[in-house]
Design a protein around this ligand. Sequence first.
Ligand code: GLN
Length: 204
Amino acid sequence: TLEAGVVAVQGDVDEHVDAIERAASAHDREVVVHEIRESGIVPDCDLLAVPGGESTTISRLLHGEGVASEIRNHVDDGSPLLATCAGLIVASSDAGDDRVDELGLLDVTVERNAFGRQRDSFEAPLEVVGLEDPYPAVFIRAPAIDDVGDADVLASWDGRPVAVRAGPVVATAFHPELTADSRIHDLAFFENEAASVPSPEHPA
Ligand code: GLN
C-alpha cells in the first residue's frame, strides 16, 4: 500500500485526495492518503501533493510547522511531488513576493496572478507533453512561469509556460485536482521515470 500526503494547511485538499485515489486505482495500487498539517508525516509518504489555495498562507504554515525541510528531503530522495497553482508558487525558486518563502524545489520563477487581469478563471484545452489528447485545464487566479532553468516545460498557454517537470517534481499553474481527468496525477506519480515509487509487494 502506498502512503500519500497532501499538504493540508490550506486550499483544495479534498480534491487532491480524491484525484490521488483515482490515479492509484487506475494503476491497481492501494493508497492511504494523509493530510499534512504538522511535521512527522511527510517522511513516511511515498508521494506528495501541494494544492492550490493561497500561496502566502501555505508558505507561512509550511515553514512554521517544520514541514518545509521534510518536503525538501522527500524530493532530494527522488520521491514524486505534484504542486498545483499556489503549490507551484511555493515550490518555485522565486515568486517575486516577500510573503512567500519559496521551497526552491524547481528552478523556475513565477508571476502570481499572471492571467488574472484579463480573466480571473478560465478553462483551456491544453496540449501537454506526454498526453495524447488535450487536457481540460482549469486556471483560477493562476501564476505563469517566467524563467525556466533546469526544468522541462510540459505545457504553455498564451505563450507562457504553465506546467513543468524537474526530476521527481511536476508543477502546474492550473488545477488538475478540479477535473475528473487524472492524467496529470498519473504523469506525476505513476508515469514519471525520474521519480521513484515503491513497487507493489504483490503485483496483480
Ligand atoms: N493566486 C493564488 C496565489 O497567488 C493562487 C491561486 C490558486 O491556487 N488557485 O497564491
